[in-house]
Design a protein around this ligand. Structure first.
Ligand SMILES: Cc1ncc(COP(=O)(O)O)c(C=O)c1O
Length: 431
């Protein structure tokens, strides 16, 4: 098999794609094959995937058990659109009604996380008759104009031209030295002040249960209970974006379950398809009831994506992947925390399940995005693909496929320690 190779791909990207499409690494590999938790480049080199295509490949790359169903559906009936009756879309709707928390029993299927959030925001406006929407600093809602307006990460807002009636409140992410409790109070007070400034005007708050792109920020355990109560007081809805956190990643079906709260609307995407595009926004009978005007997504929940998602849910359950994420996640966080005690460049370790972040700062306490890039490059050379995120791009993100093994993680930790030692030596040759 002959491959273009990284250099030619970069040249073609420059020539034929928009310049906004960027890539990780100074010396990036060309990835040509995936198998469960591993990826392979054009030279045959194996990498342990520790980012899962940003929390997508929870069941592993080219998972043969899932693909059996997907390919069979492709050969039988590929696409009709929702104006015709087909079985997989209703089977998936019914399955999700049991898989989702509480009384969220109705879903609308679409194609991407941005589209699911856009739909959820529209639903909230229709259900409340109000136009105001609140997002959080440090949150990411998507790439459409409205979802971008509710994204609180400057890098992902792209253009400073927010949609009308959109507001950003303080996020729940901790500042250095701040407690989770203080961050919670700051965020809740900020949301309250927007609600009070717009009596009967705010339809919903949209937020992630753990901010992924914001740097794996985990709120205080009481945050969502208090937020939901506050929103009820003002007649506004809570939209929880589980695009990155859903489908077993944090050790529960959805991360909001760690906070013992059922949102009014829940959005999901990424891991629902395990690499096949599908997304959904899901809600209660009561909230769904007002959405009677016609709406359709041409490819949303088509026979292939719906059958594939049913196989994904089967696989997650039959292989107990959420239990695995919980157990291995505890191990990962324990090992990362041990490393933090040894290396002062690590200013924080946080996360739940197999969604962990490690924040890197200079010895002077400043965000160190260049150090993160060097660590990522060393890890890639050692055969481990790690993610990065955070408002200052200084957080290493560990979100591997949930089929990863304990041995995989221990090997990754050894290489991470070496990569950190090299980085530390560049600041302080004596240590
Ligand atoms: C939390 C969250 N919401 C929404 C999105 C947007 O999803 P998509 O890229 O599928 O449109 C993302 C993408 O990374 C995300 O992480």
């Amino acid at each position: 098999m002959s491959y273009l190779g990284p250099k030619t791909i970069i040249e073609k990207k420059k020539q034929f794609l928009l310049p906004c499409s960027y890539h990780f690494y100074q010396d990036p590999p060309q990835l040509v094959r995936g198998s469960m938790q591993y990826l392979y480049d054009h030279t045959g080199k194996q990498y342990l995937d520790c980012f899962a295509g940003v929390s997508v490949m929870n069941c592993g790359h080219s998972n043969p058990e899932i693909l059996q169903t997907t390919l069979k559906q492709m050969e039988t009936l590929q696409h009709t659109t929702t104006i015709y009756l087909t079985e997989p879309i209703v089977a998936l709707g019914e399955r999700l009604a049991h898989y989702l928390p509480g009384n969220l029993t109705r879903s609308f299927f679409c194609m991407s996380g941005s589209e699911a959030n856009e739909g959820a925001l529209l639903l909230a406006k229709k259900a409340t008759g109000r136009m105001g929407l609140i997002g959080l600093e440090g949150g990411l809602s998507g790439r459409t104009h409205l979802t971008m307006s509710l994204t609180g990460i400057p890098m992902w807002r792209t253009m400073d031209d927010p949609s009308p009636n959109t507001y950003l409140a303080k996020g729940y992410g901790k500042e250095p030295e701040e407690t989770a409790s203080a961050a919670m109070e700051r965020s809740l007070a900020s949301i309250r002040s927007i609600l009070e400034a717009h009596p009967n005007g705010i339809a919903a708050v949209i937020c992630e249960p753990i901010q992924g792109n914001g740097g794996i920020q985990v709120p205080h355990v009481r945050y969502f209970k208090r937020l939901k109560a506050m929103l009820q007081e003002f007649g506004a809805l809570l939209i929880i974006d589980e695009v990155q956190t859903g489908y077993g990643r944090t050790g529960k079906n959805f991360a909001i379950e760690h906070f013992d709260v059922v949102p009014d609307i829940l959005t999901s995407a990424k891991a629902l398809g395990n690499g096949v595009p599908i997304a959904a926004f899901s809600t209660t009978d009561e909230i769904a009831a007002g959405f009677t005007s016609p709406s359709a997504s041409t490819l949303g929940g088509n026979p292939v994506s719906a059958a594939n998602s049913l196989a994904v849910l089967d696989y997650l359950e039959s292989h107990q992947l959420k239990e695995r994420a919980s157990n291995l996640g505890n191990l990962l966080l324990e090992k990362l925390t041990q490393l933090q005690k040894k290396h002062s460049l690590i200013s924080d370790v946080r996360g739940i399940g197999l969604m962990a972040g490690m924040e890197i700062r200079t010895p002077d306490g400043l965000p160190a995005p260049e150090a993160v890039d060097r660590i990522l490059e060393r890890m890639k050379d050692a055969g481990f693909l790690i993610g990065k995120n955070g408002i200052d791009r200084n957080v290493l993100a560990f979100q591997p496929p949930l089929v990863v093994t304990k041995i995989n993680l221990l090997h990754m930790m050894e290489s991470l320690e070496t990569a950190l030692q090299k980085e530390y030596a560049s600041y302080s040759p004596c240590k």
